[in-house]
Ligand binder design. Structure first.
Ligand code: ATP
Length: 584
């Protein structure tokens, strides 16, 4: 906290020094850089954090500027202090409107939609001049901030406010959901987060900030016209945001400053300023190729100190993370008030007649399966047997073909259809993925809280990691290898305390010893977390070590079911699954 206060005071002193010491022309340019930085922060949310393409930020800014000009004409009390947030709010419905196609579209399709919106706003604004322009009414600045030097300080204050607000949001579930979205929509939904909600909120917040930047621009220029919000500038802003890494505040500021400095340099060299756009486009391509912008590079350069801290933490974590101590099994937490009892074993997961078809391919054919509360159940089968398709049907990524899926006694899919992925997750069905889908933009602590969908104290975090994965809560996920991330995903899934955790090949990439340790750890899961487990694995030793029962799939059908020792001795399993003949 003290560090932040010192940094804040330092930056405030710098802004004040610039306002007092720079020549008037440079103060105007510095103001443009900071306003542009606010706009880039808006892109940092929607593009940098949530990973969506938005080529219409200048249109949101234009709506903010137009609103400000209108409030100015109406002489609404409060001046810019009130008009700024109102300008941001005016842009929000348009942000939500643009977010709607984003629910279905991605990449180039979303780019076209957002650019189309920018062009539409431009046409409308050009046809209807900004309020006050024809009468020559200039946008008033607040009393005491009328000079450029003073207004520059207001712009710096707004930039800082947005930066602080966004850094606070980063720590919330909402902020984590944006960064998770960037990594994988499937994993975001599977963690119980509404993907449409995350997308719409990112667009709404982004539009708000862009609207505020438009209001600041109106205050800077005193009179704005549609030319100030050329749709082409939205493209340039996107390139600048990618190049500078506007998902961090310092990246947005660097981008804003570079935008001004490069244009000014070209002007002084007598080169058309449009060449600046080429510079930013090349910078953006470079950043996309590297997978990181300038702010990320800056943070990496400053990382020796971070790395040292990380090493110290990891040493601490590995001494804490060991095989679980021998002793009595912890008591199983109650799942519900009328939870499982030895006399009445309750199904954590029950499926009936679930089928999955891809065109003519029948990947899963009328499969039924029950996993009782307190069980660790294996699902095995050769490649292409239909395991992943079945897991997708259970978790809601593909239709269950008229079958029934029941989680902890609650029907989440029946003959008429099923609930969405994130609702199933909230109903107690959590899953992991074969491919690495853990969001690299989060720290271990942020990810586990996001996955668990609740506040977790450091003790509970350490407990959730103990015996499974040697990482510390503060470690950035980007620094972890894929095998570790996979185990982290298991920890997050279980910390959510689901009724059933479906673990899709958690041991892939692990060595024999690690796999053995995972088997022992998984056996204790029902007692530790009150969750039953459906374990999809190719490693039969792990299945033997962890599971009380196993189901074998082949060609989309159940070919055997029962305790592992019996099932793996069945001739048809040996034939179908192992390609082996039973010993005579
Ligand atoms: N999207 C798809 N479109 C068409 N066919 C598919 C699709 N996904 C899977 N299949 C087919 O469905 C069948 C079952 O595949 P699935 O991936 O579910 O098997 P699996 O048991 O999970 O295999 P693996 O162990 O290799 O992951 C296979 O024949 C596969 O080729």
């Amino acid at each position: 906290m003290a560090r932040w206060a010192v940094a804040g005071l330092g930056l405030a002193a710098l802004a004040y020094g610039l306002a007092a010491g720079l020549p008037a022309y440079w103060v105007f340019l510095a103001m443009s850089a900071v306003i542009s930085g606010v706009l880039l922060q808006s892109l940092g949310v929607v593009a940098g954090q949530a990973g969506m393409v938005s080529l219409c930020q200048m249109a949101f800014a234009a709506i903010g500027a137009w609103t400000t000009a209108q409030l100015n004409v109406w002489d609404v009390p409060g001046g810019l202090y009130v008009w700024l947030p109102l300008a941001g709010l005016a842009a929000v419905p348009f942000g939500l409107l643009i977010g709607l196609p984003a629910l279905r579209l991605r990449g180039v399709h979303l780019a076209i939609i957002t650019l189309g919106f920018a062009a539409t706003v431009d046409v409308v604004m050009a046809a209807n001049s900004f309020p006050g322009v024809s009468q020559g009414v200039v946008v008033g600045r607040p009393a005491g901030l009328t000079s450029d030097r003073q207004f520059f300080l207001l712009c710096c204050g707004v930039f800082a406010l947005v930066a602080v607000a966004l850094s606070l949001v980063r720590r919330t579930r909402l902020g984590a959901s944006w960064r998770a979205l960037k990594e994988s929509e499937r994993a975001t939904a599977a963690a119980g987060t509404s993907v449409p909600g995350a997308k719409l909120s990112a667009f709404a917040v982004s539009a708000f900030i862009a609207g505020v930047s438009g209001a600041l621009l109106a205050g800077q220029l005193a009179m704005v016209v549609s030319r100030n919000f050329d749709p082409g500038q939205s493209l340039v802003a996107y390139a600048m945001a990618v190049m500078a890494g506007a998902h961090h505040a310092e990246g947005a500021l660097i981008g804003g400053a570079l935008g001004v400095l490069v244009s000014e340099l070209l002007r002084r060299l007598g080169v058309p300023q449009q060449w600046a756009n080429v510079v930013f486009a090349v910078g953006a391509v470079q950043a996309m190729t590297q997978g990181s912008g300038m702010s990320d590079g800056l943070r990496t350069a400053l990382r020796p100190a971070v790395r040292k801290a990380l090493r110290a933490r990891r040493a601490l974590a590995s001494s804490a993370v060991a095989a679980p101590p021998p002793g009595p099994e912890p008591a199983a937490p109650e799942i519900t008030p009328d939870g499982p009892s030895p006399r009445e074993p309750r199904a954590a997961l029950r499926i009936e007649r679930v089928s999955v078809r891809y065109g003519q391919v029948v990947a899963v054919d009328e499969v039924g399966l029950t996993v009782l509360a307190g069980d660790v159940h294996g699902l095995v089968g050769p490649n292409g047997a239909g395991k992943s398709s079945l897991v997708d049907a259970i978790s809601g990524f593909v239709p269950a073909g008229g079958g029934v899926v029941e989680v902890g006694g609650v029907v989440v899919a029946d003959g008429r259809g099923g609930t969405s992925v994130h609702r199933r997750a909230r109903a107690g069905l959590r899953r992991t993925f074969q491919q690495d889908r853990v969001p690299v933009g989060l720290s271990v602590r942020e990810y586990l809280r996001f996955a668990a969908r609740r506040a977790l104290g450091d003790d509970e975090l350490a407990e959730g990691l103990a015996g499974l994965v040697a990482v510390a809560p503060g470690d950035p996920i980007a620094a972890l290898d894929v095998g570790t991330r996979r185990l982290l995903e298991v920890a997050g899934t279980l910390l959510a305390r689901p009724a059933i955790a479906v673990l899709d090949e958690p041991a892939a990439g692990l060595g024999h010893a690690e796999s053995e340790r995972l088997g022992a750890w998984l056996r204790r899961v029902p007692a530790r977390y009150g969750a039953a487990v459906l374990l999809i694995e190719h490693d039969l030793d792990l299945v033997r070590a962890a599971c009380t029962g196993v189901t074998v799939l082949d060609f989309g059908r159940v070919v055997a079911e029962g305790p592992p020792a019996e099932v793996f001795a069945e001739p048809r399993v040996l034939r179908a699954y192992l390609g082996e003949e039973p010993a005579a």
